[in-house]
Design a protein around this ligand. Sequence first.
Ligand code: GLU
Length: 298
Amino acid sequence: MPVRMPVRRTAAAALAVLALTATAACGKSGSPTAGAPSTGYTVRTDVKLDGSATFAAAKARGKLVIGAKADQPGLGFEDITANTRNGFDIEIARMVAADLGFPESQIEWRTIDSANRETALAGGQIDYYVGTYSINDKRKTQVSFAGPYYLAGQDLLVRKDNTDITGPESTKGRRVCTVTGSTSVDAIRTYGAEVTTFGSYSQCVDKLITKDVDAVTTDDAILKGYAAQNPGELRVVGKPFTTEKYGVGLNKDDKVLRAAVDDALKAHEDSGDWKAAYDRTLGTAGSAAPQPPALERY
Ligand code: GLU
């Protein structure tokens, strides 16, 4: 078996690939700062959130603890060597933090897999979570959501030479990999796929490359990042079959914080920060920034 690079590469390598893809896709050169962390958002001072237990605890400890993904290029990616995080979700998390009065130096990032998000929020291990987290009624019985701040759709990632998987219908009896505790599991099961699950999507991508599975399924935004990391080997089928509304996950009881996070999202959408963040991250693969979805406050 040929020796191959592990899927988790440095952010610099991943971004170089994204920048190259952008060059190929639209004929203009990728930004030299593609995917680079923002230069920072204006940090508000004297923020008061009476009635938010989460905010009071964060203030008292002098740090905001944010849950995120670490292996999703373009969305939530940790460059272990440089000790930095980058991606669209990370930028959303930073914008919100700035509006709550916390600069980057007062953010403590915690990597949390899909299956552990509700427990982490309900148990107060994190103050909020930003990581391809779909808003749905089942989750709303345990946590709450600000947003949505982005719309994705479940799709399929296959090896480039695969011609038989053309959409979810053709996964019947095929080996499809996804992540425990995600919305992707149930959605693909309805099509009769033989489903394998892991804790993170990069583990599924490894199995796809080694031909232990025929496809990986989850949100198109996530899969595009892996396709850009492995351009010679993998491609996204491109037939989204669900709608995933990404929200900022919060403790269920903290309505005051939820309203403040919705306000922060709105402010950064209106100011152009949202679009600038998209262009620097997900947008480097060549697609124009969509309109941010309307917030669904409750
Ligand atoms: N957005 C889907 C979910 O929240 C799939 C991606 C993920 O697991 O984070 O379950």
